[in-house]
Design a protein around this ligand. Structure first.
Ligand SMILES: C[S@@+](CC[C@H](N)C(=O)[O-])C[C@H]1O[C@@H](n2cnc3c(N)ncnc32)[C@H](O)[C@@H]1O
Length: 261
């Protein structure tokens, strides 16, 4: 059995990118469909808080958006820069905390998908994040925020598995979530990756915490930032034609629109 060292999986951006890149064109299409349907601003300036390896930065830049991305991980930002260079594209990538979003500019679209928002572990950080997004959006601009809601009645482990092949690399990624702790509003997460590259195998493991949210807690949070109006809810199928309510599902994608000043 290979050893399984514990690392920050964002220190190995390529493996993250291989696993999560599959839906990227679908997400890009969905974001543009939301702008078309709900946006009241026709500019093409996009902001991605916690942009990671840049899969959506690249996707939106390809689609003609002027993109700004922010992230706390320097290896992820370096990887995103290299991806942009390879494709002859450009974007502004800024190191920093998505709770504060210390960057200049105004945006027509912001988005933060795949539960990344749950890295903000306190109510204060989550509220501050929404406040900063509202500051940075133009009136009529959209914030698409996708994350998995917690079922506090679920006492089982949740597991997801991906297997991805690219060239001579295979990545098998298993993510496990422990049952939530409703008092601390935390859920313990673990990813285990088994990577085969040119016949050599290694494994790595990452542990982290997410903040938990149910529909009621999300509605309470949204009331704290009245400049953002909830105009639609979708799910992780990223189908512009399928709307749900916040209370209806666990994989929710909120479409928030910046109200006029
Ligand atoms: C699941 S990845 C998502 C990346 C990207 N948004 C995507 O859709 O592929 C989460 C990213 O959030 C970043 N991150 C976590 N906490 C953060 C924070 N407080 N501020 C900025 N970035 C953060 C991590 O470094 C990582 O790149």
């Amino acid at each position: 059995m290979p050893e399984r060292p514990e690392i920050d999986w964002y220190d190995t951006p390529r493996y993250y990118d291989l696993v999560f890149d599959e839906d990227t064109p679908l997400e890009g299409h969905f974001l543009e469909a939301m702008v078309e349907r709900h946006g009241r601003s026709r500019g093409r300036r996009a902001l991605e808080p916690a942009c990671g390896s840049g899969r959506l930065v690249v996707e939106l830049a390809r689609r003609g958006w002027r993109v700004t991305g922010n992230d706390l991980s320097r290896p992820m930002l370096d990887y995103a820069r290299a991806r942009l260079r390879e494709e002859g594209l450009s974007a502004r990538l800024v190191h920093g905390d998505m709770a504060e979003l210390e960057l200049a500019g105004r945006f027509d679209l912001a988005h933060c998908l795949v539960s990344t928002f749950k890295y903000l572990l306190s109510e204060r950080a989550a509220t501050r994040h929404l406040e900063r997004v509202a500051d940075l959006l133009v009136p009529g601009g959209l914030y698409c925020l996708g994350f998995h809601l917690t079922d506090y009645d679920n006492l089982r482990f949740d597991r997801e598995r991906w297997v991805v092949d690219e060239g001579d690399t295979r990545v098998v990624c298993n993510i496990q979530a422990w049952p939530a702790d409703p008092g601390r509003r935390r859920e313990r997460m673990r990813s285990r990756m088994r990577i085969t590259e040119a016949g050599r195998v290694h494994e790595q493991e990452t542990h982290w915490w997410f903040r938990t949210w149910d529909a009621r807690q999300v509605r309470r949070l949204l009331r704290r930032e009245p400049r953002l109006e909830l105009v639609a809810v979708h799910d992780f199928r990223y189908d512009p034609e399928v709307e749900i309510t916040l209370e209806e599902g666990f994989d929710v994608l909120l479409v928030l629109r910046r109200r006029p000043d």
